[in-house]
Design a protein. Structure first.
Length: 340
């Protein structure tokens, strides 16, 4: 038995020795032979091709219909403290219809209108006050937003707000010209206006646009007043009847404030009067002295819109404290519940 096992092992051993050279000659497939891709170089890293991004589409602003350029030139005259803007009749009637006739009963709304996005800002302001017919159709409004047509929604009230906002912004002069392009717009509605003996004052701002959509208009001096006249107006509430008048309903006026500045040839040539020295002593030298109209005993509805240049960092009135501008909250110099 052992001899037979030894014989079989010998046979296997001899056979293995005979086949060993053949295996060596043919070779055993290596890892590279099993996977030829290992012998090739790695694929190049794709270089991303920059896709040109189209510049943002700047919506063309419609031309202003009001005579803003003429008003800006008139305000540069040191003897002019207030101007009426002509060419706004249609826009002001639209605003009267939306806010005075069909608007809220009581409202004090303030918003910043940016010149570059004036249509969008005024549209949002318009929607915050009253529902538009288009807003009732949510599907149509969603389609407009999806197609990028939200800015092209045509609304007469929005167009009127854009007109007066851009118009007041165009009146920025002096160091503010080309720098201050935004305005602070305020809409005030009051069903029971009861301003008891409001005081004459000047605005602590470069200038202010003002329109009364319903009710009695603002009372103002048609010319700059002297310190003596100002004290009389503040204390007695009466002035020169020939120089004090009341703004009419739907009359858009722009009044100079204490901080109005411009590059006026008349001021540059006023070496005799020493304009700069007088301006430091009497800051209201060119400002328009005005007040809210005294209310009748029975009260009544009054709706106004005012616009200030956004030359500060807040939407409240500011005043000059020594040499530093500060903001004040509240409604000082105002005795009505809502309307200045």
């Amino acid at each position: 038995m052992q001899m037979r096992l030894i014989s079989q092992l010998s046979t296997y051993y001899v056979t293995a020795l005979l086949y060993l050279p053949v295996v060596i000659a043919l070779g055993v497939p290596s890892a590279t032979q099993k996977n030829p891709q290992l012998l090739t170089s790695p694929p190049p890293i794709p270089i991303p091709i920059p896709i040109p991004i189209p510049p943002p589409v700047v919506q063309e602003q419609p031309e202003l219909t009001g005579e803003w350029e003429a008003a800006k030139a008139a305000l540069r005259n040191p003897d002019c403290c207030v101007v009426s803007i002509h060419g706004l009749d249609h826009h002001l009637r639209v605003l009267q219809s939306y806010f005075a006739d069909n608007g809220p009963s009581d409202l004090d709304l303030r918003a910043r209108i940016r010149n570059k996005t004036s249509h969008h800002d005024c549209l949002q302001l318009r929607r915050s006050v009253s529902l538009m017919e288009r807003d009732a159709d949510k599907d149509a409004d969603a389609d407009a937003n999806a197609n990028g047509d939200a800015e092209n929604i045509k609304d007469p009230c929005t167009a009127a707000l854009v007109e007066i906002a851009r118009g007041v912004a165009s009146l920025a002069d002096g160091p503010l010209e080309g720098v201050c392009e935004d305005v602070l717009l305020r809409i005030v509605c009051a069903t029971d206006y009861r301003a008891i003996d409001p005081m004459y004052h000047t605005d602590k701002a470069p200038l202010r646009g003002y329109v009364t959509l319903r009710g009695a208009g603002t009372e103002f001096m048609t010319r700059p007043c002297s310190p003596k006249e100002y004290v009389a107006l503040r204390g007695l509430g009466k002035g020169d009847p020939k120089s004090v008048r009341q703004a009419e309903e739907l009359e858009f006026i722009v009044m100079k404030g204490d901080h109005y500045e411009c590059k006026s040839p008349a001021k540059m040539a006023s070496a005799v009067t020493n304009y700069s020295w007088m301006k430091k002593v009497w800051t209201r030298m060119e400002a328009c002295v005005h007040r809210s109209p005294p209310a009748v005993a029975t009260g009544g509805r009054r709706v106004i819109i005012s616009l200030d240049l956004a030359d500060g960092d807040d939407d409240r009135e500011w005043y000059q404290a020594n040499t530093k501008r500060e903001w004040r909250s509240g409604m000082t110099q105002r005795k009505s519940r809502l309307v200045a």
